[in-house]
Write a protein of this length. Structure first.
Length: 107
């Protein structure tokens, strides 16, 4: 049963609410369409070249924090990187980021 059939709101009010909802979606679509069309790979590609902090020791696999998000990462040098160290994101394989210690990318 619908709310207007139970007498909670009038049919006119229900129609007004539904119309307002559709108009709101039409007006705001241009602001959120980019987010709707972004694929996971697009999002990950934007992380390439960014700096991340190790939050779970990379031995060589662990976790990093980048832009407030936690990602699984693998150190491409196959060495251990301790928690708190900075790493640079070089690429990805699937949802796993490939990283290298910041000290090795500087020189």
């Amino acid at each position: 049963m619908f709310a207007w059939e139970k007498g909670w709101i009038s049919g006119t009010t229900a129609l007004g609410i539904m119309s307002a909802w559709v108009i709101k979606d039409a007006l705001f679509y241009r602001f959120y369409r980019k987010a709707l069309s972004s694929s996971t790979q697009d999002v990950i590609a934007r992380l390439h070249g960014s700096e991340a902090k190790v939050i779970s020791r990379l031995d060589p696999v662990g976790q990093v924090s980048v832009r407030g998000e936690i990602w699984q990462a693998v150190n491409v040098d196959k060495t251990t990187i301790d928690t708190g160290q900075s790493v640079k994101i070089l690429g990805n394989k699937g949802l796993t980021l490939e990283v290298r210690s910041e000290s090795k990318t500087d020189g």
